[in-house]
Design a protein around this ligand. Structure first.
Ligand SMILES: [Zn+2]
Length: 265
């Protein structure tokens, strides 16, 4: 079992066995939000009750031994921008605007919690136990075909001196091969990046529709960036199949909160 479910009170979250520092892939269970946001909603700019969202952050931060005002997160825009973050990037007021866009965060600072948000997109946590250093990656299909995962690994190597064969990766819960149906644009972009190797992650459904395996493609991209296959864990859970447990954009038709992926060295 490569991912483990943790329960504390009502809170439920997953961890990956290959990452030995504080981290979490949150579910929608164990928060204070109500209605369509029930219950562990981490979406900040929504019409959810702000006090409930604050409480939700307090719950997960308490579990991870940190505080909401320490969190580092970005405005996610499906880019391939990797940001090296430090103490200066702590988002001290939860509801204030994030001043920068990025879809991957990397750091070598201890006790600095990195967070990315997903609701079907693929969350990837990176950990280099030697440097040490960490990364958190938001990989939807646009980020995947821009190789955001590989670029985050490269940035850890460039900025912190990480070696790819020391880096552990956990590709967390996201929409899977069973549910990620696309038009031609996703397979075409994947082929542009991976050539013939892309075919392993594409299954034609006819009439211009395809099923695409984003988690598998990200595993390949991490291997191509130098990670050892045995250092990569991939969650089998699909957020769209498991929308009672995780926030899923597709399963809820967009009426939803977000899951968070957290890591702290
Ligand atoms: Zn599914």
């Amino acid at each position: 079992m490569s991912f483990v479910l943790h329960k504390n009170g009502g809170l439920e979250y997953m961890t990956a066995e290959n990452i030995a520092v504080r981290h979490a892939f949150t579910t929608r269970r164990g928060g204070k939000s109500r209605g369509i946001y029930s219950s562990l909603n981490l979406k900040i700019h929504s019409d959810d009750d702000r006090e409930a969202v604050r409480e939700n952050y307090a719950i997960i931060c308490r579990e991870l031994g940190t505080r909401p005002e320490r969190l580092v997160f970005s405005k996610q825009v499906h880019s391939d921008t990797v940001r090296v973050v430090t103490e200066k990037d702590c988002h001290r007021e939860l509801f204030s605007e994030v001043p920068y866009e990025a879809d991957a965060l990397v750091t070598a600072e201890k006790d600095l919690p990195l967070v990315i948000f997903v609701a079907d997109c693929i969350p990837i946590l990176l950990w280099d136990p030697l440097t040490p250093a960490a990364g958190a990656v938001h990989a939807g299909w646009r980020g995947t075909v821009r190789n955001i995962a590989g670029k985050a690994v490269s940035e850890m190597c460039r900025s912190f001196g990480s070696k790819p064969d020391n880096i552990r990766a956990a590709v967390g819960q996201g929409i899977s091969f069973c549910c990620f149906e696309t038009g031609d644009e996703v397979p075409e972009a994947l082929r542009a990046l991976l050539g013939a190797e892309a075919e392993d992650y594409i299954s034609p459904k006819g009439e211009g529709k395809h099923m695409v395996d984003l988690k598998g493609a990200n595993r390949l991209l991490l291997e191509k960036s130098g990670l050892l296959p045995e250092n990569i864990e991939v969650s089998r859970e699909c957020t769209a199949c498991g929308s009672d447990k995780y926030w899923s954009h597709r399963a809820t038709r967009g009426l939803r909160g977000v899951n968070g992926a957290f890591i702290i060295i």
